[in-house]
Design a binder for this molecule. Structure first.
Ligand SMILES: C[S@@+](CC[C@H](N)C(=O)[O-])C[C@H]1O[C@@H](n2cnc3c(N)ncnc32)[C@H](O)[C@@H]1O
Length: 256
């Protein structure tokens, strides 16, 4: 894949670092090119990055590769990992690991109380569809306002054993369909439904990027006004209802 963003050529690429630290984010998967594009602007910042899934499963000594890659990439960053198994042997300066499940909201709350709002969250944990959605619902509201939430291995959206579905591609229980739904959230201001009440995700998702088996969700205030004022077709179609749209649009922006 060709690069369409400007990379900092004075430092090793994230792919170089993935190879160095032996994480399968490059090789088995091809995620590092996408991560670099979306995370590059934060490379020299004091970011807090939280990755669910340290790697190595039951073996306490195995895993930690991606945390070490992130530490190398974000030279000023604080790197936090979560795993259901004990991964404490991988802790070192700027890498801290918590043991617990990605769907345990009390556990996640205690992690966030300790580390504060992350700038970046990555879900590379169980890859079970129900877990991916539940974890996103718990953690996305805790992400920094201009933060980015990435989810890997969305191929499980099509795998029955993970709660996915290859036959009904509109199955509402798959992670892919959950995230596809957020693409409508971004445009809620344009809904032709005057009584529509925007959700938290409507108000706080401002961008999404889908790649093979992964998605990035950009958090921010989704408060750009609707196009209805200048859209003559919509105005004539709705006749006098434009006033309702104006009221609803203003109400949603002031959080009513
Ligand atoms: C694919 S590996 C992570 C690989 C690592 N992020 C990397 O790129 O090198 C997935 C990890 O998620 C952990 N995991 C599985 N279910 C989990 C859950 N419910 N909560 C937290 N971690 C979980 C597993 O123990 C395993 O170590």
């Amino acid at each position: 894949m060709s690069l369409w963003y400007k990379r900092d050529m004075s430092a090793p690429s994230l792919t170089d670092l993935a190879i160095k630290h032996k994480t399968d984010k490059w090789g088995l998967h091809f995620y590092t090119q996408h991560y670099e594009r979306h995370f590059q602007h934060l490379r020299n910042q004091k970011v807090k990055i939280l990755e669910i899934g340290v790697g190595g499963y039951q073996d306490p000594k195995a895993g930690g590769e991606s945390l070490r890659m992130w530490k190398d990439f974000f030279q000023e960053g604080l790197i936090y990992g979560i795993d259901i198994h004990d991964k404490s042997t991988h802790e070192e300066d700027r890498i801290k690991i918590f043991r617990g499940s990605q769907i345990d909201s009390n556990f996640l709350g205690s992690v966030l109380a300790e580390i504060g709002e992350p700038d970046l969250i990555i879900d590379d944990g169980s890859h079970i569809n129900e877990h991916i959605i539940e974890t996103f619902k718990i953690l996305f509201p805790k992400l920094k306002q201009d933060g980015i939430y990435a989810v890997e291995d969305l191929q499980t959206s099509y795998w029955n054993s993970y709660g996915g579905d290859s036959f009904n591609l509109k199955n509402p229980k798959t992670a892919m369909n959950f995230f596809k739904g957020l693409t409508d959230s971004m445009n809620f201001e344009e809904f032709d439904r005057p009584s529509y009440r925007p959700s938290y995700f409507d108000r706080n998702v401002i961008g999404m990027a889908f790649y093979h088996n992964m998605v990035f969700v950009q958090k921010g205030h989704n408060n750009e006004p609707s196009n209805w004022v200048t859209n003559n077709r919509l105005r004539s179609k709705n006749g006098k209802s434009w006033l309702k749209y104006a009221m609803r649009s203003i109400a949603s922006r002031i959080g009513m």
